[in-house]
Design a binder for this molecule. Structure first.
Ligand code: NG1
Ligand code: ZN
Length: 557
């Protein structure tokens, strides 16, 4: 770093004093906190984004969002060159930057890091960053802080893309780095075009127009509903009714949205009894999560069709196409056996894992946080990953995509079953976001597959019956006191707590229970499953008490 760069960093940083007594951590999905605490953090993440861009010689994304958290919170996260999450190797540097106490400590950290990573400031292309934000009122100010962080690296350029869903920004970063069309318009075109391709490939004899009833979507009072209003007009016969867009009265994520619906299992605001029996869906505040639900008659309760059921629907469809190709191997010879992998976390309902195992699928469990699921899914030719909360996608390897493209041109004059299967898989790979879980593309894929199978949401929901479950959170003095192993299914610290959880769990029929520290909130999460709802509730409560005993005063919610 030359003198000019050093003094620019020192000078700019002096305007962004960190809040006193607050320790921030990059966590499961970037930094999150009350928005008033984040100016200096976002400024510093702006610097990090510019350094990441110099190091990778690629475009980097910076998104201002706190997803499903309350509207007064905000957050910041980085999209890497491939559109995925920030490389985990850079997370300790992100933590150190955010917590540096003054400009000279900050400069020292940057100096050491730049030297260690061999980052050059004047060889190669300048840093380039795409900025996005959700609809939170604090977003504009924080984007401004990010811009100032970026411009404290000489030559760095930022492009403010305005209000976007998180997956849109990730998609744009990936597209930019692949040298393909990358505007929001291109995003909408790609999604709607591949949706329509899938619908055109629905087997003969299925009357699409009859089964094409509407889907009613809760936009969490955020960005997702607004974008869906645009997308729906491009999707032919699909009827989407959007509730809770950001233009309404309600507050972001308050009594609405995928997180609320999945955790509380009740009808979100903005829905009335006239929706009973209809296919309903809910997005979260930045539209990277999606769940479906069915309203129960005469009650506020819902039947939840969660990420695990979406995963099952997608897995069935993909497997069906791969089976067609296998059955017609003479037409579509493949030099290898394409691998199909399913990735879940410990929060996946046990019934979904058994169902998928019975289909003969290869299942892998990772720790919570899509960065872990995504990484594992990318090891397969087709990897499908979902968190129960509705965040997930389907990844296609370059190897299978080139094979499918080649088969498609070989078979282009025929109209056989195998060609249709090839085209369907190619359309799915373009529809479903390859960068990150995306509620909008997930919704279109669900809609296309339901049309393809002719299933109602009720039929889909009956693929298997969820084991009753309960999730609680316990406030503790220090959540880092809980250390887990085996994809978070076992607690190794504090000593003795796992034994206490095990002996409690053993009292319940089909009991399963685990705890872990949240990466986004200051709590310990408790998850319990058992044969009945009463038993699941009772197990979760008993284990919450154990957490309280081992980890000091707190309250469960
Ligand atoms: P934490 O707070 O680490 O449990 C939550 C979700 C994750 C993930 C992140 C990021 C649960 C139990 N946890 O993480 O799955 O989505 O938020 O948004 O749903
Ligand atoms: Zn989200």
């Amino acid at each position: 770093m030359n003198e000019e760069q050093r003094s620019l960093l020192l000078q700019c940083s002096s305007h962004f004093a960190p809040p006193k007594g607050v320790k921030l951590s990059y966590g499961t999905a970037g930094f999150r906190a009350d928005a008033t605490l984040l100016r200096s953090t976002v400024y510093r993440v702006g610097i990090l984004a510019a350094l990441r861009s110099l190091k990778t010689q690629s475009v980097i994304g910076l998104m201002i969002t706190a997803s499903h958290n309350k509207v007064s919170d905000n957050g910041v996260k980085i999209a890497d060159p491939n559109g995925g999450m920030l490389s985990q190797q850079w997370e300790p540097f992100a933590d150190a930057l955010a917590n540096a106490s003054d400009p000279s400590e900050l400069l020292q950290l940057i100096d050491d890091f730049v030297r260690k990573e061999g980052i050059s400031f004047d060889n190669g292309r300048p840093a380039e960053i795409l900025l996005g934000r959700d609809t939170r009122p604090s977003g504009k100010l924080l984007v401004d802080a990010a811009r100032q962080g970026i411009s404290s690296i000489i030559g760095a350029i930022s492009h403010d893309m305005g209000v976007l869903t998180t997956p849109q920004l990730h998609w744009m970063v990936r597209a930019r780095n692949m040298g393909i069309k990358s505007t929001e318009h291109d995003y909408f075109q790609q999604l709607s075009h591949s949706y329509k391709c899938l619908v055109e490939l629905i087997p003969n004899g299925k009357d699409v127009s009859k089964s094409n009833d509407k889907v009613v979507v809760d936009g969490a009072n955020g960005v997702g509903g607004d974008k869906l209003e645009v997308l729906k007009h491009l999707c032919g016969g699909l009827i989407i009714e959007v509730r809770n867009s950001s233009k309404g009265e309600g507050a972001l994520n308050e009594g609405v949205g995928a997180d609320f619906v999945q955790k509380e299992k009740v009808v979100p605001s903005g829905f009335s009894p006239s929706e009973i029996g209809l296919r309903c869906a809910s997005l979260d505040g930045d539209a990277d999560r999606l769940v479906y639900f069915l309203m129960q008659p005469d009650s506020k309760m819902i039947d939840l069709v969660d990420g695990d059921k979406m995963l099952s629907l997608f897995a069935l469809f993909i497997k069906e196409q791969l089976n067609v190709l296998k059955d017609n191997e003479n037409e579509t010879p493949c030099p290898y056996h394409p691998s199909l992998g399913i990735v879940q976390t410990a929060y996946a309902n046990g019934a979904s894992t058994s169902y998928l195992k019975n289909l003969g699928l290869d299942i892998f469990i990772t720790p919570t946080g899509v960065k872990y699921l995504h990484e594992k899914a990318s090891e397969y030719d087709i990897g499908i990953y979902f968190e129960a909360n509705g965040h997930g996608t389907i990844l296609f390897s370059d190897r299978i995509l080139s094979w499918l493209e080649a088969r498609n041109s070989d078979l282009s004059s025929s109209s056989t079953e195998s060609q249709k299967a090839v085209l369907r898989l190619l359309a799915v790979s373009k529809l479903i976001n390859q960068a990150v879980g995306d509620a909008l593309s997930g919704l279109l894929l669900v809609e296309a597959i339901l049309l393809h199978t002719g299933w109602s949401i009720q039929k889909w929901n009956e693929l298997y019956r969820d084991l009753p479950s309960r999730q609680l959170k316990v406030k503790v003095v220090d959540r880092t006191a809980v250390v887990t192993a085996n994809a978070e299914t076992v607690v190794v610290q504090p000593a003795g707590i796992q034994e206490a959880i095990d002996s409690e769990t053993a009292k319940y029929r089909h009991g399963r229970c685990f705890i872990r520290p949240s990466g986004t909130e200051d709590v310990i999460r408790v998850y319990a499953e058992a044969a009945s709802q009463e038993e699941a509730d009772s197990l979760a409560n008993a284990v919450a008490k154990i957490v309280d005993q081992f980890l000091g005063s707190g309250s469960s919610q």
